[in-house]
Design a binder for this molecule. Structure first.
Ligand code: ADP
Length: 462
């Protein structure tokens, strides 16, 4: 629970942080743009006023004054001005020459260092904020003084302040609600993962048949659930196989042990003749041999997969098969032929130890399950682009029903034979495991009373 919570928090936090940055940029842009347009509008109005009032100024006795100041004063008294314009005329040193009545006791500020610039700037008259512009007044080309024109900036400032207030309040409100919403959404979307975790935690060896509930959607979470279920199925199958194998192995070892014990018990009951001793000891030794052989085979089966990579060699399959057939024919004094219709070497990359063990096991079976005078052939070639090697005998053959099971550990068909053939039922299980590990495909063709063909197909295409 804790883990998924922290994941939820982490995602929500990261997304919120990213959004916080984006919103901050957007809000700043909004504020800057509004601020710019408000100032621009106010300055436009100011410039319009300048044009109006410039015409009303006149140079009288070296003094710059308003011509129709009286009208102005009257207008001032008779109407309420929403956006009053303040005007002051100063000489070159900044001394007041005339000013609009609405300034009352106040003065506009003359900035000598901005004398040549005619753009507006924000200043203060008393405790009121204004946008002010200063225009040089020329008479016959000569600057006689300056007209300072200002308009109140209070309303605009108020508007900008309100906008800022709204943005500052909105910012945390948006972010907090976004964080909570994201946490909720992320929590909701990872809820199925929590169910998967809970179910998987409850599964152990005893209830390995349980499965993670599947969601309808085939999204990433659905795929995860399906993958876990297929992993569980594989585990269950392999555990069942393991259980079956252990029980079969114990059963198979118990039989010769029981024979051994029975034989020795019979021997100990009363004194016996030398012949009887010899015969019973022979039986006991056979049981021990059978157990040894089985333990050998079990060890071989356990060792599959322990070959190193250095056993992977590039070999000529024809030469390998020919040598193998020759050696086996010699060792077992049986007719073992090697056949191929290829003339050029057939190069394959293979684990040579595995291949040798597989061929040996197949050949041992062919030797065991066929008459001594029948021949065995090893054939190599290419079929549909894939190299192959077969071991063929003209022996007893295998029942069709058994073909699927001959590779299972401990499976034997010997009870069907007239004379029992020694064996453990592990040889083909070893072959299958080795082939699987080396990437070799095995096919079997067999007919009861006719013979069997075991074909090894190598994956690499030529
Ligand atoms: P084992 O030979 O020790 O019984 P295997 O695993 O090698 O064990 O073989 C399993 C079974 O498959 C054998 O018991 C036999 O019935 C059958 N089998 C395998 N190879 C042949 C063959 N070449 N001819 C006839 N039967 C075979």
């Amino acid at each position: 629970m804790k883990k998924s919570n922290s994941y939820r928090e982490r995602i929500a936090r990261r997304l919120t942080m990213m959004t916080a940055l984006i919103i901050l940029v957007v809000f700043t842009i909004i504020y800057v743009v509004v601020n710019y347009s408000v100032i621009e509008n106010s300055d436009k109005a100011l410039l319009a006023e300048v044009q109006d009032h410039l015409r009303e100024i006149s140079l009288v006795n070296g003094e710059l004054i308003f011509l129709n100041k009286n009208e102005w004063e009257e207008a001032e008294h008779s109407q309420i001005q929403l956006n009053p314009i303040f005007i002051e005329i100063v000489d070159l040193e900044g001394n007041t020459m005339d000013r609009s009545p609405n300034l009352r006791g106040n003065h506009l500020t003359f900035l000598p260092d901005r004398a040549s610039r005619d753009d507006a700037l924000t200043l203060e008259i008393g405790d009121e904020e204004v946008r002010q512009i200063q225009i040089p007044l020329r008479h016959e080309g000569k600057i006689e003084g300056y007209m300072l024109v200002a308009t109140s900036f209070e309303d605009s400032r108020h508007l900008l302040y309100n906008l800022l207030k709204i943005l500052v309040v909105l910012y945390p409100v948006i972010l907090i609600s976004l964080f909570l919403m994201m946490r909720f959404m992320v929590g909701k979307s990872i809820a199925p993962i929590q169910i998967i975790t809970d179910t998987t935690n409850q599964i152990n060896q005893k209830n390995l048949n349980e499965r993670v509930p599947l969601t309808e959607q085939n999204d990433e979470i659905g795929q995860l659930a399906r993958s876990i279920n297929s992993l569980l199925s594989r585990l269950e199958q392999s555990l069942n196989r393991e259980k079956q194998f252990t029980s079969d192995a114990s059963h198979e070892l118990r039989t010769p042990l029981a024979v051994l014990r029975g034989t020795l018990e019979v021997l100990i009951r009363k004194p016996r003749t030398t012949e009887e001793y010899e015969s019973k000891i022979q039986t006991a030794l056979q049981s021990i041999d059978r157990m040894s052989e089985m333990i050998e085979q079990l060890l071989a089966l356990a060792r599959v997969g322990k070959f190193s990579n250095s056993d992977y060699l590039s070999i000529d399959l024809l030469e390998f098969g020919r040598n193998f057939a020759q050696k086996m024919s010699h060792d077992y004094a049986r007719q073992i032929d090697f056949e191929t219709n290829l003339t050029l070497p057939l190069e394959i990359e293979v684990n040579t130890k595995s291949l040798h063990m597989i061929l040996n096991n197949l050949l041992q079976n062919s030797l065991k399950y066929s008459d001594h005078d029948s021949s065995i052939s090893i054939r190599a070639g290419i079929h549909q682009g894939a190299p192959f090697i077969t071991v063929e005998d003209q022996g007893v053959g295998i029942e069709e029903d058994s073909l699927d099971r001959i590779f299972d550990p401990f499976f034997r068909e010997t009870q069907l034979l007239e004379k029992p053939v020694p064996g453990t039922g592990l040889g083909l299980a070893i072959v299958k495991k080795l082939a699987l590990e080396s990437g070799i495909l095995i096919e079997v063709q067999s007919k009861k009373g006719v013979g069997s063909i075991f074909r090894l197909i190598f994956q690499e295409k030529i």
